[in-house]
Design a protein around this ligand. Sequence first.
Ligand SMILES: Cc1cc2nc3c(=O)[nH]c(=O)nc-3n(C[C@H](O)[C@H](O)[C@H](O)COP(=O)(O)OP(=O)(O)OC[C@H]3O[C@@H](n4cnc5c(N)ncnc54)[C@H](O)[C@@H]3O)c2cc1C
Length: 288
Amino acid sequence: MHNRLSDYDVSTKYQAKVVESERITPEDAEAEVRHLVLEVADPSFDFVEGQNIGVLAPGRKDLGSEVQFRLYSIANARDDAPAGAKQLEIAVRRCFSMDEFSGEREPGLVSNYLCDRKPGDEITITGPYGGAFALPNDEHINLLMIGMGTGIAPFRAFLKSIYKQHRQWQGKIRLFYGAKRGIDMLYMNDLKNDFANYYDEETFKAIEALSPRPAFDEPVALDKAIEEHGKEVWAMIQDPLTNVYVAGLETAREALDAAMGNIVGSAEVWRRTKEDLKSKGRWFELIY
Ligand SMILES: Cc1cc2nc3c(=O)[nH]c(=O)nc-3n(C[C@H](O)[C@H](O)[C@H](O)COP(=O)(O)OP(=O)(O)OC[C@H]3O[C@@H](n4cnc5c(N)ncnc54)[C@H](O)[C@@H]3O)c2cc1C
């Protein structure tokens, strides 16, 4: 989905300094995903976990586009300190698209711009946007989180917030996350494994779904992983104290829909269940 500049209020812009840029997928992985730490000196900038920032990057003059605008999910928890510079973290996948006419791989403008920034560089950001994809205040709520690829970012922010601010979270927390190989699991591989910090938390279980398929972009076996835990997932969904969160590319939602259709026995039953979850404010989506 393209983020159209005209759909967002970009009247307030902030300068953000790149403090760190680290590749978090191995060199031989197909996908280059970088973890960027940004610092915003303007104290009026603030965010909550689950929000996205807008990035304004120079467009391609030859194509007549001056500025390009894209959204990125914030991957860290807010700092409790009310004043001073704010740090925010994003996970950016270096994207390419296929030119329909030449058949050549074209670098995506904004993700390549971000991945090429070096520590010390300044970028222009806007926002934050979105507030609906948020953690509940009630610590008894169960959280069922399903994500793929860079869809892990808002969940990383949630978990950092939970274990920083609500050490006594009572609800169950289940994260289903898909990638091609173990090493491609963002924030869960040998290069960067900060989810490991939470593995001993009694309430938290991360369930990895590794794809048997060769290409990173192809649908992963997330559906299979969800189905394997079908009983638990279904019990959670039926519990009025569970919120369901889905994040990432459309394929994450498709994987969930396919798995849930199989678990409940029909796509139609799942569609109605989903409508019910939506109407009760228990369904949250961040799909792009
Ligand atoms: C609410 C929201 C949150 C987002 N959060 C993130 C995020 O946390 N991290 C992130 O990397 N992107 C995120 N995106 C996508 C991001 O806004 C851009 O679309 C992406 O970086 C591609 O922009 P581009 O200018 O480089 O390339 P474009 O020319 O716009 O796109 C190039 C190709 O990349 C595909 N693509 C776009 N995003 C991804 C992705 N994340 N993984 C795989 N393929 C992709 C597109 O479908 C297209 O085929 C988010 C989008 C939305 C709407």
